[in-house]
Write a protein that binds this ligand. Structure first.
Ligand code: UT7
Length: 333
């Protein structure tokens, strides 16, 4: 799916992030599961991740990230037309986390829904927000990426428990009279044939034929990491190449690459294969681990806070995740 710029422009009015206070280092994990700091750092690039306590939830982290984004944006919660919460770890399926957050922040008139596209969720939401605003159907849309995946992992499963972390990031998108601002290219992809590579079975009937022997307990994430890794390396590079080609840019024409923080080796492989300027590829997986839908908006918020990104050359955002899903966005600040 490719969108050419049409209608009015869109800008990011404000961003915010909220992460749990507890930092769980690789050394801490060595005490919980059969692993080592050295293995985790070498194979994933992760040194630590945040873990939610009992009172920190998808709802509370998402709300706090949104409140910060609203404060930075200067936009009133009551002027939000829509709140999209990208998450696969919400406490309740009904109502949506977005509904509860809208009440908490006073966005009484906003349309509210959750979006389950795993690690691609925030980018799916950002692409939808841009399109809705650009065509005049909405003026202000909040997109929140938030996960508490540490509650879904089996801590004895070392292939899953070491990579995920908790957190939230939010962005407020708003209409701008300059049509060149906002998304100038976007893709949203899926391949449902690969859903079995990462899923969350609650009952026996959820477990697909052939995976019964997988010893991980029901109620916890099951991940075939190698298979996702292979898919991700290929799709990640394709998505960046496609974004560059579609917009007629060379790798140096991009001010910043914001990649889903899944595994540093997947990002490094793209840097090497596509010859990306490494100093313009943001990395924070060492501090947060893989926060799924929260990973891109946390990166975005840190980069804006540090004033590393701003008006000028476009940025490219790219993500992939369970489903499987993958998405990209080329954005003019
Ligand atoms: O965000 C989107 C969703 N998820 C992903 O993107 C994850 C993508 N996949 C990955 O990042 C990697 O596949 C993992 C980090 C999950 C695993 O790394 P890997 O290099 O693919 O390891 P592996 O599963 O192929 O295992 C290699 C070896 C095995 O030992 P043997 O059989 O070679 O003796 C594993 O038992 O490493 C062992 N191993 C570990 N050792 C210490 C696997 N996990 C660990 C561990 N600590 N945590």
């Amino acid at each position: 799916m490719t969108a050419v710029p049409f209608g009015r422009g869109v800008r990011i009015a404000g961003t915010g992030r909220a992460v749990p206070a507890e930092e769980l280092t690789n050394k801490d994990l060595e005490k919980i599961v059969d692993t080592s700091d050295e293995w985790i750092q070498q194979r994933t690039g992760i040194k630590a991740r945040r873990r939610a306590n009992d009172s920190e939830t998808v709802f509370s982290l998402g709300r706090d990230a949104l409140l910060k984004a609203l404060a930075h944006s200067g936009i009133n919660a009551s002027d939000l037309d829509m709140i999209i919460v990208a998450s696969v770890s919400g406490e309740m399926i009904c109502p949506s986390t977005a509904a509860r957050i809208s009440e908490a922040v006073g966005a009484d008139e906003a349309a509210v829904f959750d979006l389950a596209a795993a690690c691609s969720g925030f980018l799916y939401g950002m692409n939808l927000a841009d399109t809705m605003i650009r065509c005049g159907r909405a003026k202000n849309i909040a997109v929140i990426g938030v996960e508490v995946l540490t509650r879904l992992v089996d801590w004895s499963d070392r292939s899953v428990s070491i990579i995920f972390g908790d957190g939230a990031g939010a962005a407020i998108f708003t209409a701008d009279p300059d049509p060149s601002k906002g998304c100038i290219h976007q893709t949203m992809h899926g391949d449902g044939r690969l859903w079995r590579t990462l899923y969350h079975p609650k009952l026996d009937r959820d477990v697909p034929a052939g995976d019964e022997a997988n010893p991980i307990r029901l109620g916890h994430l099951r991940m075939h990491g190698r298979e996702i890794y292979k898919f991700a390396v290929t799709r990640f590079q394709e998505a960046i190449r496609e974004a560059l080609d579609a917009t007629g840019m060379k790798v140096d024409d991009v001010q910043q690459y914001i990649c889903h923080q899944s595994n540093i080796r997947i990002i490094e492989s793209a840097i090497e294969k596509l010859q990306l300027p490494a100093d313009r590829v943001y990395i924070n997986i060492d501090r947060y681990g893989n926060t799924s839908a929260a990973s891109i908006p946390i990166c975005l918020d840190e980069l804006l806070e540090a004033k590393t990104i701003g008006p000028g050359k476009p940025i490219i955002l790219v993500a992939f995740g369970a489903g499987v899903t993958w998405a990209s966005c080329v954005w003019n600040m």
